[in-house]
Design a protein around this ligand. Structure first.
Ligand code: ATP
Ligand code: MG
Length: 569
């Protein structure tokens, strides 16, 4: 499988970027320069800015007034409606009703899956809606509505209505700043925020300086959630509609096999590094009562985003490795996951929740009874414009140095924290070696690369090197179509998931540097093939009823793929 990607760690000679190949960038730079001048004006006439002499009185690291970064939104008197309540209480449903009946609008969600679902819902209701995520642009004729992932929220257009879902994520250590940006920056007459009541005081405090009108609506759960007094005990007690929650992929596959070996149930799986398309299809199979897949084994990736017909959530553990240490699950995590059981309107109107081991029950019960701790601060990150202005005054600084400077010196009001940008720093350390402009470097830094994944990080390095050297990155230079296979082991599966991440990264870059990453179609079709091969692996794994295999793998794939994609097989 690894031979599919000829990833090289180093390219010996670094060429000079061909400007002609970057023609489309020139226009963007001119536009950026004028925006920067406008920003300098906006930040106050009393502060002096001089890029020519290298002296300035402008404090770029003063981030105490982030609401002033968004003049469009500040010109509006926004009506902000907070829909606050537990999971499954109809918050998003009600906000979407407003969006649907507005003349123009935008939905911003934390996940691609949520944006897909909203675009589908609006289009079905005959409200044309574009879908825009980092990796998708599906434009619908006449659309005045958009469903986007929060990072893609547009803060330059005007909307009648906007929705930001799962707004409590503004406290997220890494992605919080995107929610803060949407909250402060979206220019809409009506802004609907859906989420956990723990975010209410902070949002009210943040919006105190914007002049917006704020109204809070509290919601109750639409269906009961019953914490069980008894643990699952034996696996023979697993029933149709159960969802077993665990946090490592190894445990997910171990539990799937264990349950399927019992001979009574088949398991769909959902976890973070599965491609989103595969996650959706696994969820669809679980929801479909006519399929064999009646039990779900999942990580906390089900906490948000998927509509699942779960009867009972069963925690296999109440501990999780958070990248640094094994720790107990926190109250909001437990409530978010447990709340998935008993979705309103599904065939399981009462949700139940328990653990495999009796010793975990006290933590489960106490957490479900506790309110989530109040959010204290929202994530913030300097805009690219600020970093660019700083770099004009300190032209020798690398992006890594610029980022570190902002991290070390940022001045913040008490409502904000600077988000963790470890991942960006890792990319910057690689990219700073290349002859690229600041904007290009920044683009690679904010790309959806997983630097903890060796194949994914090597993919990024090679894309950046080829881009810097030649100005054009052909997918075939590092990837040989036709070599992907159904994985036979979990190691091979993990590798295929990583290859999917690299292809996803290519697609992401192709939307931003269209001329330099021209193989958008090929990358998309190879991604689709990865999804099918991963699904084929999942179907082959574990116990199977004799009738379970419907079609031989190649025939099934051909039946699902378009002619365009089949030619790459
Ligand atoms: N008034 C309603 N009529 C019909 N269905 C509804 C209504 N309100 C909510 N639902 C359905 O109930 C389910 C839960 O609603 P919704 O997704 O809005 O909850 P939520 O509070 O946003 O939950 P979460 O915290 O999980 O995001 C959805 O399937 C939704 O379509
Ligand atoms: Mg919701």
């Amino acid at each position: 499988m690894a031979s599919s990607f000829l990833l090289r760690r180093r390219v010996s000679s670094l060429g000079v970027v061909s400007r002609s190949l970057h023609g489309n960038m020139e226009h963007r730079w001119l536009h950026l320069e004028s925006r920067i001048e406008a920003l300098v004006t906006l930040f106050g006439a009393t502060r002096k800015f001089s890029s020519g002499t290298g002296t300035t009185k402008f404090d770029f690291t003063d981030l105490t007034c982030p609401h002033t970064w968004y003049p469009n939104a500040r010109r509006k008197h926004r009506k902000v409606i907070l829909h606050m309540g537990p999971t499954n209480s109809g918050k998003t449903h009600n906000a979407l009703k407003q969006l649907q009946s507005s003349s123009s609008g935008i939905y911003c969600g934390p996940l691609r899956l949520l944006a897909w679902e909203v675009a589908k819902r609006l289009n079905k209701a005959k409200v044309p809606c574009d879908l825009i995520t980092g990796q998708e642009r599906e434009e619908v004729d006449g659309a005045k509505h958009k469903a986007v992932t929060v990072e893609m929220a547009d803060v330059t257009s005007d909307y009648q209505c906007a929705v930001i879902d799962e707004i409590q994520m503004l406290g997220c250590r890494t992605r919080g700043f995107s929610f803060t940006r949407a909250l402060l920056g979206i220019s809409a007459d009506e802004l609907h925020l859906c989420g956990d009541p723990a975010a209410v005081p902070l949002i009210q405090e943040i919006l105190r300086v914007t002049g917006d009108e704020v109204e809070v609506q509290f919601y109750e759960r639409l269906s009961p959630l019953v914490p069980m007094k008894v643990p699952l005990g034996s696996f023979s007690n697993i029933q149709t509609g159960d969802c077993i929650v665990t946090f490592s992929r190894r445990d997910i596959y171990r539990l799937k096999r264990k349950i399927e070996n019992g001979g009574k149930h088949r398991c769909s799986v959902v976890y973070g590094s599965l491609p989103p398309e595969t996650r959706t299809r696994q969820a669809t199979m679980f929801n479909d009562t006519s399929s064999d897949f009646d039990v779900l084994v999942a990580s906390d990736a089900i906490g948000m985003g998927l509509n699942l017909n779960i009867s009972r959530i069963i925690f296999s553990t109440m501990k999780k490795f958070d990248g640094i240490e094994m720790r107990d699950l926190m109250v909001p995590e437990i409530k978010q996951i447990a709340g998935r059981a008993g979705r309103y309107g599904s065939k399981f109107p009462v949700g139940k929740v328990t653990c495999i081991d009796a010793e975990d029950l006290p933590l489960l019960h106490s957490s479900l009874e506790s309110p989530s701790p109040t959010l204290e601060r929202a994530g913030l990150f300097p805009t690219f414009d600020l970093m660019h202005m700083y770099s004009r005054v300190h032209p020798t600084n690398s992006l890594h140095q610029i980022l570190e400077h902002f991290l070390d010196n940022a001045k913040l009001s008490e409502n904000y924290f600077i988000v963790d940008c470890e991942e960006m720093l890792k990319v910057a350390a690689v990219i700073d070696e290349l002859p690229l402009g600041l904007h290009d470097k920044y683009l690679f830094c904010i790309s959806p690369v997983d630097m903890g994944d060796e194949i994914s990080s090597q993919g990024l390095t090679q894309f950046a090197q080829n881009y810097a050297n030649k100005g054009i990155v052909r997918l075939r230079e590092i990837f040989t179509p036709g070599t992907l296979q159904v994985p036979k082991t979990q190691t091979a599966l993990k590798e295929l998931e990583s290859i999917h991440k690299v292809l996803d990264l290519y697609v992401w870059l192709s939307f931003r540097l269209e001329d330099s990453f021209p193989d958008h179609e090929l990358a998309s079709s190879q991604k689709a093939i990865c999804n099918l091969l991963i699904e084929e692996f999942l179907e082959r794994l574990g116990w199977q009823k004799p009738k379970a295999r419907r079609l031989p793998s190649r025939a099934r794939m051909n039946s699902l793929l378009s002619k365009d994609i089949r030619q790459h097989l």
